[in-house]
Ligand binder design. Structure first.
Ligand code: ATP
Length: 306
């Protein structure tokens, strides 16, 4: 009897509509022919295109990181089920996020109320804490890269820009003091990664990034949830960068629609000096989250996709 494990191939799936496309891939909804109830999102990357556009590194980082993270089975991380390839393409078989991007939801509501902002912020903190404990900096956290499952729980995706820290001691220290957490993990970035509006001052000023850079992006997103637009947005990328390094953001909230507690939290995250920026451990201790039991994962991920 043969012990060979059958390799997956595109013919195992029925490809349905296109869900979207990125700089080096197109994502389709697909069903498994052997189990038509099982829906996936299959990311198809053209080999020719990846090589021509110099994206090989991004594709391999994404695969490695998703393989590391899937062991933790965290509900807020996109799940990579299989990868395979044929002559033309690479295929990533991913969990299907039925409710699309968080950005679309934000556009629909224009902004989120404080209840929804708490719920989403708590889930993002739980996700970031998980990836950081696994030695991974995402480096492109933004509402387009956060998807929604059937229960409107968040799922972080698009790990192509991620950076892996493989020093175990560094990982352990990520739970310790603010200063240690923020300065020990700073990596030299080889090139600009991320998206202008969410990019951290340390990347712009020193070409460095760390776990603290994902926390910066969290601060930008909290502002965006409450106001509907990110805190730093210029007429062009350069203008956006200038605003970031000058910490030039304004709540424009004459009627105090956003409570002081949120403004306080954002002001402690959006600090240019990454050593003085709040880390996740301290963010969790902010009075806004006094009713959150961070160990009660079931409650944080209520009615999750399982
Ligand atoms: P880039 O790779 O250039 O940063 P991207 O992240 O948008 O761009 P993809 O990962 O190829 O690129 O995703 C393209 C689009 O497909 C996404 O914007 C999203 O709307 C949709 N999509 C991706 N993955 C899933 C998924 N697992 N479930 C549902 N929709 C998805």
């Amino acid at each position: 009897m043969s012990n060979k494990i059958k390799k997956h191939s595109p013919s195992d799936y029925t490809f349905k509509e296109e869900l979207g496309h990125g700089s080096y891939s197109t994502v389709y909804k697909a069903v498994d022919k052997r189990n038509v109830k099982q829906c996936y999102a299959i990311k198809v990357c053209s080999k020719k295109h990846i090589i021509k556009e110099n994206k090989v590194k991004y594709v391999s980082i994404e695969k490695n990181v998703l393989n590391i993270l899937r062991k933790g089975n965290h509900p807020g991380i996109i799940k990579l089920y299989y990868t395979f390839h044929d002559e033309e393409n690479l295929y990533f078989v991913l969990s299907y996020a039925i409710n699309g991007e968080l950005l679309q939801l934000l556009h629909k509501y224009r902004s989120f109320n404080e209840e929804l902002t708490i719920r989403f912020t708590v889930q993002i903190i739980d996700i970031l804490e998980f990836i950081h404990k696994n030695g991974i900096i995402h480096r492109d956290v933004k509402p387009e890269n956060i998807l929604l499952n059937r229960n409107y729980n968040l799922i972080l995706t698009d790990f192509g820009a991620a950076s892996l820290i493989d020093n175990d001691e560094d990982k352990e220290n990520s739970n310790n003091s603010n200063a240690t957490y923020n300065d020990i993990h700073v990596n030299r970035a080889s090139s600009f990664v991320g998206t202008a509006e969410y990019v951290s001052p340390e990347l712009l000023l020193y070409n460095q990034c760390g776990y603290c850079s994902d926390v910066w992006a969290l601060g930008c997103m909290i502002f965006q949830f409450l106001k509907g637009y990110p805190p730093f947005r210029g007429a062009n990328e350069l203008n956006t960068f200038e605003k970031i390094v000058a910490l030039d953001y304004h709540w424009n909230d004459p009627n105090n629609l956003v409570s002081q507690s949120w403004k306080d939290l954002v002001s402690k995250i959006l600090i240019t000096n990454s050593e003085k920026r709040m880390n996740l451990e301290n963010v969790k201790k902010h009075p806004l989250f006094k009713n959150i039991n961070w160990n009660d994962k079931e409650k944080i991920w209520l009615g999750t996709n399982k």
